[in-house]
Design a protein around this ligand. Sequence first.
Ligand SMILES: Cc1cc2nc3c(=O)[nH]c(=O)nc-3n(C[C@H](O)[C@H](O)[C@H](O)COP(=O)(O)O)c2cc1C
Length: 325
Amino acid sequence: MSTIGTSYLGLELRSPVIAGSSNFTSSVESIKEAEAAGAGAVVLKSLFEEQIVSQAATLSSGEAYPEADDYLSYYTRTNSVESYLTLIARARKTVSIPVIASINCFSEKGWTDFAVQVEKAGASAIEVNLFLMPVDMHQTGIQAEAAYFKIIDELRKKLTIPVSVKIGFRFSNLLNVAWQMHNHGAKGLVLFNRFYEPDIDINNLNIIPAPVLSNPAEKRYVLRWIGMVSALNIGMDISASTGVHTGEDAIKYLLAGATTVQVCSALYKRGFTVITEINEALRKWMNDKEFTRISDFRGKLNYRNIENPSLFERSQFMKHYSSYI
Ligand SMILES: Cc1cc2nc3c(=O)[nH]c(=O)nc-3n(C[C@H](O)[C@H](O)[C@H](O)COP(=O)(O)O)c2cc1C
Protein backbone atom coordinates (compact mmCIF):
# COMPACT_ATOMS: atom_id res chain seq x y z
CA MET A 1 0.00 0.00 0.00
CA SER A 2 1.45 3.37 -1.02
CA THR A 3 1.82 6.26 1.39
CA ILE A 4 1.89 9.82 0.10
CA GLY A 5 3.31 11.36 3.28
CA THR A 6 6.44 13.45 2.83
CA SER A 7 8.77 15.76 4.67
CA TYR A 8 8.98 19.43 3.65
CA LEU A 9 11.13 22.09 5.37
CA GLY A 10 11.60 19.57 8.16
CA LEU A 11 7.81 19.34 8.67
CA GLU A 12 5.95 16.05 8.34
CA LEU A 13 3.19 16.34 5.73
CA ARG A 14 0.53 13.67 5.14
CA SER A 15 0.38 14.69 1.47
CA PRO A 16 2.71 16.65 -0.82
CA VAL A 17 -0.24 18.77 -1.98
CA ILE A 18 -0.29 22.20 -0.35
CA ALA A 19 -3.04 24.81 -0.58
CA GLY A 20 -0.95 27.70 -1.93
CA SER A 21 -1.07 31.31 -0.85
CA SER A 22 -4.29 32.98 -2.02
CA ASN A 23 -7.65 34.14 -0.75
CA PHE A 24 -8.43 30.44 -0.22
CA THR A 25 -6.02 30.42 2.70
CA SER A 26 -7.00 33.68 4.33
CA SER A 27 -9.52 32.44 6.90
CA VAL A 28 -9.66 29.67 9.49
CA GLU A 29 -12.82 28.31 7.84
CA SER A 30 -11.15 27.84 4.47
CA ILE A 31 -8.01 26.40 6.08
CA LYS A 32 -10.26 23.82 7.79
CA GLU A 33 -11.73 22.98 4.38
CA ALA A 34 -8.24 22.53 2.95
CA GLU A 35 -7.42 20.12 5.78
CA ALA A 36 -10.67 18.20 5.29
CA ALA A 37 -9.91 17.86 1.56
CA GLY A 38 -6.53 16.27 2.37
CA ALA A 39 -4.03 19.12 1.99
CA GLY A 40 -0.61 18.36 3.48
CA ALA A 41 -0.20 21.99 4.61
CA VAL A 42 -1.47 25.47 3.85
CA VAL A 43 0.43 28.60 2.95
CA LEU A 44 -1.48 31.61 4.19
CA LYS A 45 -2.34 34.56 2.00
CA SER A 46 0.66 36.90 2.08
CA LEU A 47 0.86 39.84 4.33
CA PHE A 48 2.21 42.52 2.04
CA GLU A 49 5.08 44.72 3.12
CA GLU A 50 3.47 47.54 1.20
CA GLN A 51 0.51 47.35 3.54
CA ILE A 52 2.71 47.33 6.61
CA VAL A 53 4.72 50.28 5.35
CA SER A 54 1.55 52.19 4.57
CA GLN A 55 0.30 51.54 8.04
CA ALA A 56 3.49 52.82 9.62
CA ALA A 57 3.59 55.88 7.36
CA THR A 58 0.02 56.73 8.04
CA LEU A 59 0.40 56.44 11.77
CA SER A 60 2.73 59.42 11.71
CA SER A 61 0.94 61.41 9.01
CA GLY A 62 -1.22 63.57 11.26
CA GLU A 63 -3.58 65.58 9.12
CA ALA A 64 -1.14 66.02 6.26
CA TYR A 65 -2.25 62.92 4.36
CA PRO A 66 -5.93 62.34 4.85
CA GLU A 67 -6.04 59.78 2.02
CA ALA A 68 -3.41 57.76 3.82
CA ASP A 69 -5.47 57.89 6.97
CA ASP A 70 -8.40 56.57 5.00
CA TYR A 71 -6.21 53.79 3.76
CA LEU A 72 -5.10 52.98 7.27
CA SER A 73 -8.63 52.67 8.53
CA TYR A 74 -9.53 50.48 5.54
CA TYR A 75 -6.44 48.41 5.99
CA THR A 76 -6.83 48.08 9.73
CA ARG A 77 -10.39 46.99 9.22
CA THR A 78 -9.71 44.40 6.55
CA ASN A 79 -6.25 43.00 6.86
CA SER A 80 -4.22 44.33 9.75
CA VAL A 81 -1.03 42.86 11.06
CA GLU A 82 -2.85 41.95 14.24
CA SER A 83 -5.51 40.02 12.40
CA TYR A 84 -2.82 38.19 10.45
CA LEU A 85 -1.15 37.11 13.67
CA THR A 86 -4.52 36.07 15.09
CA LEU A 87 -5.22 34.05 11.95
CA ILE A 88 -1.95 32.16 12.43
CA ALA A 89 -2.64 31.45 16.09
CA ARG A 90 -6.25 30.36 15.48
CA ALA A 91 -5.36 28.22 12.48
CA ARG A 92 -2.64 26.45 14.46
CA LYS A 93 -5.11 25.66 17.21
CA THR A 94 -7.81 24.49 14.80
CA VAL A 95 -6.02 22.28 12.29
CA SER A 96 -3.33 19.68 12.71
CA ILE A 97 -1.58 20.26 9.37
CA PRO A 98 1.34 22.74 9.25
CA VAL A 99 0.41 26.38 8.75
CA ILE A 100 3.04 28.22 6.73
CA ALA A 101 2.87 32.01 6.93
CA SER A 102 3.67 34.12 3.88
CA ILE A 103 5.28 37.51 3.90
CA ASN A 104 5.63 39.57 0.79
CA CYS A 105 8.61 41.79 0.57
CA PHE A 106 9.60 44.57 -1.79
CA SER A 107 12.52 46.23 -0.04
CA GLU A 108 15.62 45.19 1.82
CA LYS A 109 14.95 46.67 5.20
CA GLY A 110 12.48 47.57 7.82
CA TRP A 111 10.03 44.72 7.80
CA THR A 112 11.85 41.57 8.89
CA ASP A 113 11.00 42.26 12.56
CA PHE A 114 7.49 41.46 11.59
CA ALA A 115 8.62 37.90 10.77
CA VAL A 116 9.55 37.46 14.43
CA GLN A 117 5.96 38.21 15.44
CA VAL A 118 4.79 35.68 12.87
CA GLU A 119 7.04 33.06 14.43
CA LYS A 120 5.79 33.95 17.92
CA ALA A 121 2.19 33.61 16.72
CA GLY A 122 2.97 29.95 16.00
CA ALA A 123 3.64 29.69 12.25
CA SER A 124 5.18 26.34 11.33
CA ALA A 125 7.45 28.00 8.74
CA ILE A 126 7.65 31.20 6.71
CA GLU A 127 7.43 31.45 2.96
CA VAL A 128 8.90 34.74 1.79
CA ASN A 129 7.16 35.97 -1.30
CA LEU A 130 10.11 37.84 -2.68
CA PHE A 131 10.14 39.99 -5.76
CA LEU A 132 12.27 43.06 -6.11
CA MET A 133 11.23 44.66 -9.37
CA PRO A 134 14.35 45.92 -11.19
CA VAL A 135 13.49 49.45 -12.31
CA ASP A 136 16.93 51.08 -12.19
CA MET A 137 19.06 50.61 -15.29
CA HIS A 138 22.21 51.28 -13.26
CA GLN A 139 21.62 48.35 -10.94
CA THR A 140 23.59 45.28 -12.04
CA GLY A 141 22.30 41.73 -11.81
CA ILE A 142 24.74 41.03 -8.97
CA GLN A 143 23.43 44.02 -7.01
CA ALA A 144 19.85 42.95 -7.61
CA GLU A 145 20.54 39.42 -6.37
CA ALA A 146 22.48 40.70 -3.36
CA ALA A 147 19.30 42.39 -2.14
CA TYR A 148 17.54 39.01 -2.12
CA PHE A 149 20.36 37.38 -0.17
CA LYS A 150 20.40 40.20 2.37
CA ILE A 151 16.73 39.68 3.16
CA ILE A 152 17.29 35.94 3.64
CA ASP A 153 20.27 36.71 5.93
CA GLU A 154 18.13 39.06 8.03
CA LEU A 155 15.39 36.47 8.37
CA ARG A 156 17.77 33.68 9.26
CA LYS A 157 19.37 35.81 11.96
CA LYS A 158 16.00 36.48 13.58
CA LEU A 159 14.05 33.26 13.13
CA THR A 160 14.28 29.70 14.32
CA ILE A 161 11.47 28.32 12.11
CA PRO A 162 12.38 27.26 8.56
CA VAL A 163 12.32 29.84 5.77
CA SER A 164 11.43 29.09 2.18
CA VAL A 165 11.69 31.61 -0.62
CA LYS A 166 9.09 32.01 -3.34
CA ILE A 167 10.55 33.65 -6.41
CA GLY A 168 9.87 34.40 -10.05
CA PHE A 169 11.89 32.81 -12.82
CA ARG A 170 13.57 35.87 -14.27
CA PHE A 171 17.17 35.52 -13.10
CA SER A 172 20.16 35.35 -15.40
CA ASN A 173 21.39 32.16 -13.70
CA LEU A 174 18.69 30.60 -11.58
CA LEU A 175 20.90 27.67 -10.55
CA ASN A 176 23.44 30.00 -9.00
CA VAL A 177 20.70 32.04 -7.31
CA ALA A 178 19.14 28.85 -5.85
CA TRP A 179 22.50 27.63 -4.58
CA GLN A 180 23.29 31.01 -3.03
CA MET A 181 19.87 31.27 -1.42
CA HIS A 182 20.51 27.89 0.14
CA ASN A 183 23.92 29.05 1.40
CA HIS A 184 22.27 32.11 2.91
CA GLY A 185 19.91 29.87 4.90
CA ALA A 186 16.82 29.22 2.79
CA LYS A 187 15.57 25.70 3.49
CA GLY A 188 13.18 25.65 0.56
CA LEU A 189 12.49 27.27 -2.76
CA VAL A 190 9.05 27.77 -4.26
CA LEU A 191 9.23 27.70 -8.05
CA PHE A 192 7.54 29.92 -9.14
CA ASN A 193 5.30 32.75 -8.15
CA ARG A 194 3.00 33.82 -10.96
CA PHE A 195 2.77 37.56 -10.83
CA TYR A 196 0.21 40.07 -11.83
CA GLU A 197 1.10 40.90 -15.43
CA PRO A 198 -0.19 43.81 -17.48
CA ASP A 199 -2.04 43.46 -20.78
CA ILE A 200 -3.26 46.15 -23.18
CA ASP A 201 -6.84 46.78 -24.20
CA ILE A 202 -6.44 48.06 -27.78
CA ASN A 203 -10.06 49.17 -28.02
CA ASN A 204 -10.09 51.37 -24.95
CA LEU A 205 -6.36 52.15 -25.06
CA ASN A 206 -5.59 51.27 -21.50
CA ILE A 207 -3.64 48.80 -19.40
CA ILE A 208 -5.63 45.88 -18.06
CA PRO A 209 -4.66 42.83 -16.00
CA ALA A 210 -3.63 39.73 -17.98
CA PRO A 211 -5.50 36.52 -17.07
CA VAL A 212 -5.00 35.93 -13.37
CA LEU A 213 -5.47 32.15 -13.25
CA SER A 214 -3.02 29.65 -14.72
CA ASN A 215 -3.64 26.70 -16.99
CA PRO A 216 -1.79 23.34 -16.98
CA ALA A 217 0.24 24.29 -20.08
CA GLU A 218 2.15 26.80 -17.95
CA LYS A 219 3.92 23.88 -16.27
CA ARG A 220 6.34 23.51 -19.10
CA TYR A 221 8.76 26.27 -18.17
CA VAL A 222 8.52 25.38 -14.49
CA LEU A 223 9.30 21.70 -15.07
CA ARG A 224 12.66 22.47 -16.62
CA TRP A 225 13.81 24.55 -13.66
CA ILE A 226 12.55 22.11 -11.05
CA GLY A 227 14.44 19.35 -12.88
CA MET A 228 17.59 21.48 -12.95
CA VAL A 229 17.48 22.91 -9.41
CA SER A 230 16.63 19.54 -7.88
CA ALA A 231 19.70 18.07 -9.61
CA LEU A 232 21.96 20.46 -7.65
CA ASN A 233 21.51 18.01 -4.75
CA ILE A 234 22.07 20.72 -2.16
CA GLY A 235 19.39 19.48 0.24
CA MET A 236 17.00 22.31 -0.54
CA ASP A 237 13.32 21.37 -0.73
CA ILE A 238 11.51 22.52 -3.85
CA SER A 239 7.83 23.30 -3.88
CA ALA A 240 6.26 23.49 -7.33
CA SER A 241 3.86 26.34 -7.92
CA THR A 242 2.15 27.23 -11.24
CA GLY A 243 0.02 24.95 -13.32
CA VAL A 244 -0.91 22.19 -10.86
CA HIS A 245 -4.48 21.32 -11.84
CA THR A 246 -4.53 17.50 -11.85
CA GLY A 247 -2.84 14.47 -10.32
CA GLU A 248 -0.81 14.11 -13.50
CA ASP A 249 0.57 17.65 -13.10
CA ALA A 250 1.57 16.88 -9.51
CA ILE A 251 3.24 13.58 -10.45
CA LYS A 252 5.28 15.29 -13.20
CA TYR A 253 6.61 17.86 -10.74
CA LEU A 254 7.51 15.17 -8.18
CA LEU A 255 9.30 13.15 -10.86
CA ALA A 256 11.22 16.30 -11.81
CA GLY A 257 12.34 16.63 -8.19
CA ALA A 258 9.78 18.74 -6.31
CA THR A 259 9.14 17.79 -2.68
CA THR A 260 5.67 19.34 -2.63
CA VAL A 261 3.25 20.94 -5.08
CA GLN A 262 1.05 23.94 -4.44
CA VAL A 263 -2.42 24.47 -5.87
CA CYS A 264 -3.97 27.88 -6.32
CA SER A 265 -5.71 28.52 -9.67
CA ALA A 266 -7.19 25.02 -9.48
CA LEU A 267 -8.83 25.99 -6.18
CA TYR A 268 -10.41 29.03 -7.83
CA LYS A 269 -11.62 26.91 -10.74
CA ARG A 270 -12.79 23.77 -8.93
CA GLY A 271 -12.67 24.27 -5.17
CA PHE A 272 -10.94 22.18 -2.50
CA THR A 273 -12.09 18.84 -3.98
CA VAL A 274 -9.23 19.21 -6.43
CA ILE A 275 -6.85 18.41 -3.56
CA THR A 276 -8.73 15.18 -2.78
CA GLU A 277 -8.63 14.26 -6.46
CA ILE A 278 -4.89 14.91 -6.77
CA ASN A 279 -4.19 12.80 -3.66
CA GLU A 280 -6.30 9.93 -5.03
CA ALA A 281 -4.67 10.09 -8.47
CA LEU A 282 -1.22 10.14 -6.87
CA ARG A 283 -2.00 7.10 -4.67
CA LYS A 284 -3.43 5.18 -7.61
CA TRP A 285 -0.45 5.97 -9.84
CA MET A 286 1.99 4.95 -7.09
CA ASN A 287 0.15 1.66 -6.57
CA ASP A 288 0.12 0.97 -10.32
CA LYS A 289 3.85 1.71 -10.55
CA GLU A 290 4.56 -0.15 -7.30
CA PHE A 291 6.10 2.82 -5.57
CA THR A 292 5.49 2.62 -1.83
CA ARG A 293 6.86 6.04 -0.86
CA ILE A 294 7.27 9.35 -2.66
CA SER A 295 11.01 9.13 -2.11
CA ASP A 296 10.98 6.03 -4.37
CA PHE A 297 10.44 8.24 -7.40
CA ARG A 298 10.99 11.87 -6.45
CA GLY A 299 13.59 13.38 -8.77
CA LYS A 300 13.80 10.19 -10.85
CA LEU A 301 13.56 12.34 -13.97
CA ASN A 302 15.61 15.33 -12.91
CA TYR A 303 18.57 16.72 -14.82
CA ARG A 304 21.02 14.48 -12.96
CA ASN A 305 19.08 11.24 -13.19
CA ILE A 306 17.92 11.09 -16.78
CA GLU A 307 20.02 9.36 -19.40
CA ASN A 308 20.07 12.33 -21.74
CA PRO A 309 20.35 15.58 -19.72
CA SER A 310 20.47 17.62 -22.92
CA LEU A 311 16.67 17.25 -22.97
CA PHE A 312 16.63 19.76 -20.11
CA GLU A 313 19.22 22.01 -21.76
CA ARG A 314 17.56 22.22 -25.15
CA SER A 315 15.89 25.55 -25.69
CA GLN A 316 15.96 26.04 -29.47
CA PHE A 317 13.71 24.17 -31.79
CA MET A 318 16.39 23.29 -34.40
CA LYS A 319 16.18 19.94 -36.23
CA HIS A 320 14.11 18.05 -33.72
CA TYR A 321 11.05 20.16 -34.45
CA SER A 322 11.84 20.98 -38.06
CA SER A 323 8.75 19.08 -39.19
CA TYR A 324 6.66 21.90 -37.67
CA ILE A 325 8.17 24.52 -39.97
C1 LIG B 1 -6.04 35.53 -6.74
C2 LIG B 1 -4.63 35.13 -6.38
C3 LIG B 1 -4.07 35.61 -5.20
C4 LIG B 1 -2.75 35.27 -4.89
N1 LIG B 1 -2.20 35.76 -3.73
C5 LIG B 1 -0.92 35.39 -3.43
C6 LIG B 1 -0.33 35.87 -2.24
O1 LIG B 1 -0.91 36.59 -1.43
N2 LIG B 1 0.95 35.49 -1.99
C7 LIG B 1 1.67 34.68 -2.83
O2 LIG B 1 2.82 34.34 -2.54
N3 LIG B 1 1.11 34.22 -3.97
C8 LIG B 1 -0.16 34.56 -4.28
N4 LIG B 1 -0.70 34.09 -5.43
C9 LIG B 1 0.10 33.24 -6.31
C10 LIG B 1 -0.23 31.76 -6.07
O3 LIG B 1 0.06 31.36 -4.75
C11 LIG B 1 0.55 30.86 -7.04
O4 LIG B 1 1.93 30.95 -6.80
C12 LIG B 1 0.31 31.21 -8.50
O5 LIG B 1 -1.03 31.53 -8.75
C13 LIG B 1 0.71 30.04 -9.41
O6 LIG B 1 0.06 28.84 -9.04
P1 LIG B 1 -1.27 28.30 -9.79
O7 LIG B 1 -0.88 27.99 -11.19
O8 LIG B 1 -1.68 27.08 -9.00
O9 LIG B 1 -2.28 29.40 -9.72
C14 LIG B 1 -2.01 34.42 -5.76
C15 LIG B 1 -2.61 33.94 -6.93
C16 LIG B 1 -3.91 34.29 -7.25
C17 LIG B 1 -4.51 33.74 -8.52
